[in-house]
Design a protein around this ligand. Structure first.
Ligand code: GLC
Ligand code: CA
Length: 558
């Protein structure tokens, strides 16, 4: 790869830090994180060196799905604060050179949104066609699967108008009807509203689902679970809508966009992010998250299969060899803590493996999305009791499994590893009550290991995961080879090592990661310099390096 041939963009060179506001910092003692809490932590965020922050939804919402059910797109959720707080926060980020990306949730609204209240009130209401309705006199609608419904049924009968409405997610999240040009115009207008306020981009929630098969085909036995996701993502007008959105809104601003892309795969992702098509900048996929995880998050023996992981990540990199731009991430608010998922969260290896995973994310080609708290090496809380869970997904799946007479022990064990709430426990700031997250009662339990794992105790420790993350962010941000260089996987079949090179012009870097607890040898020949190392030493002999358990290094080889 030659730098001269690369189209440089700020969003390709950025590290994105994701904040789930509900769990970041509470400022007023009600146990719920809020915007003033983020304002208090602005200097901390800036100290990480990241260039972009993505905020999960902060709009008016009754919180059936923690803000992914929006009742007012132009206001701030009461628990989170006011529009003045938001403006101050935005200014605070911008003053520190950090751009702000918001969540755009337009596949569905809340059932408490004014549009839906109108829509369900009568069949001839002007808002009727803002949603998808199936009149009961046509019989039962063709089966559609719902992620969060108590009965996994995406059609909900609504008495007042004797009709069913569609909801891919919970009953309180009816799907918007994008066929209706008025709906699209409303959404574009709302997007302009936020861009005019000065935000720098959108992460687009389940955007691949917005176009429905309007002839409502019968999907047969494939109608449910993971299989359904691909059907939902292939709606016939998806690309037409996104192109229109680009023309009407996106191309008027210097902003970034990233699709949350369930149903995107290496063979179809360029339809979304090939720049010539003028749709979106980036997409993030779920292929690595799916390794070893089946329906309802029940895991199997492949859960930490490194060979499969390398294959998936390398295939995704290759998808962007000619066009488009990749993203890389481990944690977010929907997935386990990265150190539990792909590292080793035992006391012995937690620190080393979380540093290794930070090294990996920040040395791949593609924009890294890094989840709050992962820089501290926070791990899954692993609830023993279903009562501790707050997430409607885990709760509903538990009840479905119970009703079917399924294996609840297996369910609980798998959810210790995979449940979304593992990522939603509050950020651990210090060793005061509730980890310094709140002076009240936190909305979800704080991981009791906050006494040991917290930001304050790591701040002045040069060997902490936090300070390692800062070093790694700096290294990436200052090294164009780590951002733009070609990626090449070495030793694809090795079950313990993930080794690859990055190459730009005359520079070649070797990233060597030992995903195991036992020492591993790699032949590297002569090399010039160690750029980063999560251990103090590197064992080198006759052109062979030996990596200790979970050791990670980046070396300059030519
Ligand atoms: C996305 C969000 C998730 C939410 C769902 C429905 O997957 O990341 O948290 O529950 O969409 O909006
Ligand atoms: Ca609060």
């Amino acid at each position: 790869m030659q730098l001269a041939n690369i189209k440089r963009e700020w969003w390709k060179e950025a590290v994105v830090y994701q904040i789930y506001p509900r769990s970041f910092q509470d400022s007023n003692g009600d146990g719920i994180g809020d915007l003033r809490g983020i304002i208090q932590r602005l200097d901390y965020i800036a100290s990480l060196g990241v260039q972009v922050v993505w905020l999960n939804p902060i709009y008016g919402s009754p919180n059936d799905d923690n803000g992914y059910d929006i009742s007012d797109y132009r206001s701030i959720m009461e628990e989170f604060g006011t529009m003045e707080d938001f403006e101050e926060l935005l200014e605070g980020f911008h003053a520190r050179g950090i751009k702000v990306v918001m969540d755009l949730v337009v596949n569905h609204t809340s059932d408490e949104h004014e549009w839906f209240k109108q829509s369900r009130s009568s069949r001839d209401n002007p808002y009727r066609d803002y949603y998808h309705w199936w009149p009961a006199e046509k019989g039962t609608p063709p089966r559609r699967w719902s992620y969060f419904d108590e009965e996994a049924n995406a059609w909900r009968y609504d008495e007042p108008t004797d009709a069913y409405y569609l909801h891919y997610f919970s009953r309180k999240q009816p799907d918007l009807n994008w066929e209706n040009p008025k709906v699209r115009a409303e959404i574009y207008d709302m997007m302009h509203y936020w861009f005019k306020k000065g935000i720098d981009g959108f992460r687009m929630d389940v955007i691949t689902f917005i176009s429905k098969h309007e002839d409502w085909p019968d999907f047969g036995d494939e109608f449910q679970g993971n299989k359904m996701i691909d059907r939902y993502a292939e709606g016939p007008r998806l690309h037409e809508y996104l192109h229109e959105m680009n023309r009407e809104v996106l191309q008027h601003y210097d902003i970034m966009t990233v699709a949350e892309g369930p149903g995107t795969h290496t063979h179809n992702v360029l339809d979304l992010v090939d720049e010539d098509r003028q749709e979106l900048n980036m997409n993030y996929h779920f292929d690595h998250q799916g390794i070893g995880v089946g329906e309802r998050f029940i895991i199997n023996e492949d859960f930490q299969n490194l060979v499969k992981f390398k294959q998936v990540m390398s295939d995704w990199d290759a998808a962007f060899n000619e066009k488009g731009w990749n993203t890389v991430y481990f944690g977010n608010h929907d997935f386990p803590r990265m150190v539990t998922r792909w590292g080793n969260d035992s006391p012995e290896w937690r620190v080393a493996s979380s540093k290794l995973l930070s090294t990996y994310l920040l040395s791949m080609r593609g924009t890294p999305y890094y989840y709050m708290g992962d820089e501290l090496g926070m791990n899954n809380i692993k609830f023993d009791n279903i009562e501790d869970y707050k997430d409607l997904m885990t709760i509903n799946w538990y009840h479905l499994t119970k009703a079917e007479g399924g294996d609840l022990d297996k369910f609980m064990e798998s959810h210790k590893l995979c449940a979304r709430d593992n990522a939603r426990t509050p950020v651990q700031w210090d060793n005061s009550d509730h980890g310094g997250f709140t002076s009240g009662t936190p909305w979800i339990k704080v991981n009791p290991n906050f006494t040991e794992i917290n930001a304050a105790s790591q701040e002045n420790d040069p060997d902490s995961p936090l300070n390692y993350f800062r070093r790694m962010v700096k290294l990436r941000s200052e090294n164009l080879t780590l951002i733009y260089g070609d990626y090449q996987l070495l030793h694809p079949e090795d079950e313990n090592l993930y080794v690859f090179t990055r190459r730009l012009d005359d520079e070649k870097l070797l990233v060597a990661l030992n995903f195991s607890t036992t020492p591993q040898r790699i032949e590297v020949g002569e090399f010039k310099e160690v750029l980063i190392n999560n251990y103090h030493n590197l064992d080198v002999e006759d052109g062979v390096i030996t990596l200790q358990g979970w050791q990670a290094v980046i070396i300059k080889v030519a």
